[in-house]
Design a protein around this ligand. Sequence first.
Ligand code: M6R
Length: 615
Amino acid sequence: MCGIVGYIGHRKAYPIVINGLKRLEYRGYDSAGVAIANGSMNVIKKQGKVIELENEAKNHNTHGTICIGHTRWATHGEPSDRNSHPHASNSGKIVLIHNGIIENYDTIKAELIGRGYVFHSDTDTEVLVNLIEDIKIKNDISIGRAVQLALTQIIGAYAIAVYDTDRKEELVVAKLGSPLAIGIGENFSEYFIGSDASPFIEYTKNAIYLEDGEMAVIKPNEEIKVRKIQDGTITESYIQELELNLEQIEKGGYDHFMIKEIHEQPEAVADTLRGKVNLKDSKISISGIRDNIERFKNANRIIIVGCGTSWHAGLVAEYLFEDLARIPVEVEYGSEFRYRNPIITEKDIVIAISQSGETADTLAAIKMAKEKGAFVYGVCNVVGSTIARETDAGTYTHAGPEIGVASTKAFTTQITVLAMMAIKLGQENGALSKSRVKELLKDLQEIPKKIEETLKSEEAIKEIAKVYKDSPNFLYLGRGYNFPSALEGALKLKEISYIHAEGYPAAEMKHGPIALIDEKMPVVVIATKKGYYEKILSNVQELKARKGKIIAVVNKGDTAIRAIADHCIEMPQVAEELSTIISTIPLQLLSYHIAIMRGCNVDQPRNLAKSVTVE
Ligand code: M6R
């Protein structure tokens, strides 16, 4: 849940690390810190965002060609200067940055206190750095070996980077359960580390992603050797060529990443579809499905796991798979699924949906499903992420980096992948007629254009945002494929504007939430022509009769809802099965503009982090 960055080589290290931390702030922004090696160790850390650290660092010497840095999302110990990383050992010689959680830190801490160690923070990380020091001194061994031995005593998750002033030209890194990428400079002359590759993308396109249980001692001008923590044997590490570019991770003229990412959706969805849909022959080629087609055809059921927005995409997939491919589906929150002893058989397929590919609850659900013999399929955005690697097969969404904490383009591209999968399976098992497949593929191809058209409502949406920005509550209603849109719209609003919002199936309203309706309650209703229009129309009338304020998302040319709603946002007509992709767009824009008008930090809302790598 934190971000780690490091550099060792011939360049000035601090600017590389500070820029890298800014790119990783989506992982947490409770505090930030760096340790720069220049003879001794210069540790600078500060509660708050990376900018606070940068301001503080102006008063310090930041020269040096080795630096490690950390941006924190607090788990053990409140956000504060003293709980910020890097943490130093008692002698001050070893410094360490850590992303993850040491579960058995309490017992180790007690033992270390018994041996005279003193702790200056409430973190689990400070325990690890002192354990390493203790082992190093007791056994008179190198820092690399001490890290290795210490990690065999650790229960939990970590991606760490360690520096020891006794070994001036090396950095030790290790990983279990949290991501760690190592960028490799030309001829191994320099190395970069990061929780993902974004901190070093302008310096190298070559990287190794450490696997769980691996570590390396990194020295400039020496070829990297990755070893197993367990027994020190050298593993075969694979140097990947990175596809990411700098422009993709910067704001590109927009005020915030979130709005940039909302506007990127036509292109993102086009990228998701690219090379997979062949209209002429009515074919969909998804290698993960093609290579496992018999499994999918013989599956008893599909279980979908995810969290937050990805769980909402799972709900859409439930409708899609059952409707188009006639395969029974269950949708589960990763966090609930893993702890409720579910019945899973070898004939079940588990689909894990995750933008980051690092969400701890989803990851744990996958591991459990695999242990029980299920085939696990991943739908992830981040290439090389843990979930992408842990699953048996999968499809990337290719949305490009999503930096804003509120998920936008990840959601629409996830649904695009899931729709392609459902159509493909419906085609393969005969549930869909040739003509229906043809129509659906044509509609899919038109989605990017239709998103573009929908984005044109932004100015009208801003006007609506002005009217309702101070409302304390919002209700979102939808039916069928647009019920998950209602949930997603409500989630977007609460997470970035801190307004309380609920999403409901429109027909459920009369079973309780209707009691909330009065002239102060804005109700966003998704009322598209193809999704039970008449029923929704009646729901809108019921709301109006109770003086609710109706903001309706309608199809172009709608007259009946327009006649009774207070505000209408138009979207183009689209096949009902694909309508979530479009109806979500106005809801993203509405929450963005309301949050901006309320002065909220939309890219880094309070208490949240982009990837939730803790339970
Ligand atoms: O990376 P993931 O898709 O696994 O993340 C899951 C959720 O944490 C995420 O969707 C979260 O709900 C977003 N902040 C929603 O905008």
